[in-house]
Design a protein around this ligand. Structure first.
Ligand SMILES: [Mn+2]
Length: 316
């Protein structure tokens, strides 16, 4: 039996479609870093062929994943293609099996390159959708691929795909259908359910923006919004754009924790660095990239968090 394990966002779905275009009879399964180990254990039998795309290796499961990959790659074939940062405990390249890992490109680009010899050039469109969806369309390879098409066509289709998947997080049957459709290199916009979902996502985006306009709060150089009606990643970006502040924070309160996304466009600020320092001081989880990061902060520490954060970016 052939398996494709993929992340369920635009990049994961595009990667899965590229793989399915080559391995036509594979079963597509959607997973994520925390679930991958058990999803593999529950479904794959030794001797099966497995492709995993766009799913990071979870820190806590790294060693068990290593052992499982060893078994699976011995009895069958195992291909792992990803672009997320590697866990501290393990070098991704040392995993057993065929390992493709590169943080500088999206998973769809890596997957397309891996199967390129077996596909018509038109399939590079799927790599482009994934790249746009993951904000990684400025690699040399993707830029060249884009130049082979009319860019307006590409952005429309990539938009339909990524926006259409946005509101469909757990609709796995629907997503499998999308993967199958795309694997024939058919247009995202030709799938009416996806198109309608993308339209709804666009309307929601505008509602999110007007909600933030009315409810955003300011603390020094930070604009923040609590419980926005929609994705905290997007809300954080809009919070800073609307207020013209350096940093935007948006959080959903779950229990007594604020789960937040943090965004900046200021090159002088390194969110990851700031968060690592504050995390130690406040004993919270936080980190990510320079311009896009996340944190989990108890509600009762939130004001202190804002104060420390604002002080840190003032000085940077
Ligand atoms: Mn990705």
């Amino acid at each position: 039996m052939n398996w494709i394990f993929a992340h369920g966002d635009g990049d994961g779905v595009s990667s899965a479609a590229i793989a399915l275009a080559v391995l036509k009879d594979a079963r597509v399964f959607f997973s994520h870093p925390v679930g991958l180990l058990n999803d593999l254990k529950d479904n794959v039998k030794p001797g099966d062929n497995v492709i995993i795309v766009d799913i990071a290796i979870n820190e806590r499961h790294a060693l068990e994943i290593y052992k499982l990959f060893k078994v699976l790659s011995k009895k069958g074939s195992l291909v792992y293609i990803d672009h997320h940062p590697e866990p501290i405990e393990l070098k991704i390249e040392e995993l057993p099996g065929t390992i493709i890992h590169n943080e500088k490109a999206c998973a769809s680009e890596l997957t397309y390159k891996f199967f390129m010899d077996k596909l018509d050039w038109e399939y590079n469109r799927l790599a482009i959708y994934g790249a746009i969806s993951d904000y990684m369309a400025d690699t040399k390879f993707i830029k060249e691929a884009i130049s082979m098409w009319d860019i307006r066509h590409l952005y429309f289709e990539a938009g339909v795909l990524s926006q259409g998947l946005e509101g469909s997080r757990k609709l796995y049957e629907f997503k499998r259908h999308v993967v199958e459709h795309l694997s024939k290199n058919r247009l995202p916009s030709a799938l009416s359910e996806l198109l309608v979902r993308a339209l709804i996502a666009s309307i929601n985006e505008d509602e999110l923006i007007s909600h933030i306009r009315k409810n955003v709060k300011i603390h020094g150089d930070i604009a923040y919004i609590i419980n926005p009606p929609g994705s905290v990643a997007r809300a954080a970006t809009y919070a800073r754009s609307i207020t013209k502040k350096a940093v935007g924070i948006a959080g959903h309160i779950k229990g007594d924790i604020v789960i937040m996304s943090i965004r900046t466009s200021a090159a002088r600020i390194d969110l990851n660095k700031v968060l690592r320092i504050i995390s130690k001081k406040l004993d919270i989880d936080g980190g990510g990239h320079k311009q896009a990061a996340g944190a989990r902060v108890p509600v009762k520490k939130f004001d202190e968090f804002l104060r420390l954060f604002n002080n840190a970016i003032k000085g940077s």
